[in-house]
Design a protein around this ligand. Structure first.
Ligand code: SF4
Length: 263
C-alpha cells in the first residue's frame, strides 16, 4: 500500500457514532456505498447503487453518498477516541459491501489500526478473493453474512448465488482474522429450523468459528424504498416472533456454536 494511503478516496453514505452493535465496545460504523446483492429485505436500499442518489426523506430530498478521503473519515473517527479506549471499541465498516471498494476499505482499516483501534467489517463476502485478501492484514473481526446454503434460493432472494461467499468464508477461516457468521432470519426465505441448522453446520466446519448471530427480520427500511421511488416487496412479511427466534437459537447451539440473537 502506498505511503500516502490516507489520501485514498472512497464513497460512503453515512457515519454512525456510538454504536454498541457490530463488534465489541462502543464503535463508529462507516457505511460504504455499493453492493452486488439485491436482498429483498435490505434495510439500507440506498446503499446498493454505487452512484450518488437523491432519496426523499420526511418530504425533503436528501443526497445519498459522498466522496471522501481516509483522512477525512479519520477526522470524525478520532473525535470519540476516549470512548473506544474505555470500552474496547473501534470501527466497523458496513454498507453496502466494503469489498467493492477494497483499496479505500483497506486504507481506512489500516489508518484505524495505526491508532490502535479494534477493526471490523460487516460484509457478505460476495467479491473476488483478492479484494478480501487486501483487507485481512488490517482486520481484527469479520462479521460475515451467510444467508442460505441453497444457492438457487440464495440467488432468487438476493440476485446472486452463494458459491463465492462460501468459498471466501472457508478462506477467511484459515486467516488470523476472527470470523463470526451472521444470518438475517427472513420469513419465507430461511426461517425454518432446518435452514438455520444447515448454515450452522457449515459454520461449524470453518476452523476457528465459534459464534453465530441470528438477526431477526425487521421492516425499518421500508420508508427508504418509497423515498427512492421503489417498491418494498416484503411489506406483507411479519417479523419472526421471539419464541421462534429462541427455537432457531437452540438449533444454532445444538450445532456446537455459541448462538446469539441480534448483533
Ligand atoms: S448484502 Fe446487505 S447491503 Fe447488500 S443488498 Fe443485501 S442486505 Fe443490502
Amino acid at each position: 500500500m502506498e505511503e500516502n494511503y490516507r489520501q485514498t478516496k472512497g464513497r460512503i453514505f453515512n457515519i454512525q457514532k456510538f454504536s454498541i452493535h457490530d463488534g465489541p465496545g462502543i464503535r463508529t460504523i462507516v457505511f460504504l456505498k455499493g453492493c452486488l446483492l439485491r436482498c429483498r429485505w435490505c434495510c439500507n436500499p440506498e446503499s446498493q447503487e454505487f452512484g450518488i442518489q437523491t432519496m426523499m426523506e420526511n418530504g425533503k430530498p436528501k443526497v445519498v453518498g459522498r466522496d471522501v478521503t481516509v483522512d477525512e473519515v479519520m477526522e470524525e473517527i478520532v473525535k470519540d477516541m476516549p470512548y473506544y479506549r474505555r470500552s474496547g471499541g473501534g470501527v466497523t465498516l458496513s454498507g453496502g459491501e466494503s469489498l467493492l471498494q477494497p483499496e479505500f476499505a483497506a486504507a481506512l482499516l489500516r489508518a484505524c489500526q495505526d491508532y490502535g483501534l479494534h477493526t471490523a467489517i460487516e460484509s457478505t463476502a460476495c467479491a473476488k478473493w483478492e479484494s478480501v485478501e487486501q483487507l485481512l492484514p488490517y482486520l481484527d473481526l469479520y462479521l460475515m453474512d451467510i444467508k442460505h446454503m441453497d444457492s438457487a434460493k440464495h440467488k432468487a432472494f438476493t440476485g446472486q448465488p452463494n458459491e463465492r461467499i462460501l468459498e471466501n468464508a472457508r478462506k477467511v477461516a484459515q486467516s488470523h482474522t476472527e470470523l463470526i457468521i451472521r444470518t438475517p432470519v427472513i420469513p419465507t426465505f430461511n426461517d425454518t429450523k432446518e435452514e438455520i441448522a444447515g448454515i450452522a453446520a457449515f459454520a461449524k466446519t470453518l476452523p476457528g468459528v465459534r459464534q453465530m448471530h441470528i438477526l431477526p427480520y425487521h421492516r425499518l427500511g421500508q420508508d427508504k424504498y418509497t423515498g427512492l421511488g421503489r417498491t418494498y416487496e416484503m411489506a406483507h412479511i411479519e417479523p419472526p416472533s421471539q419464541e421462534h427466534m429462541e427455537e432457531l437459537l437452540a438449533a444454532v447451539n445444538a450445532a456446537g456454536l455459541k448462538g446469539q440473537i441480534g448483533g
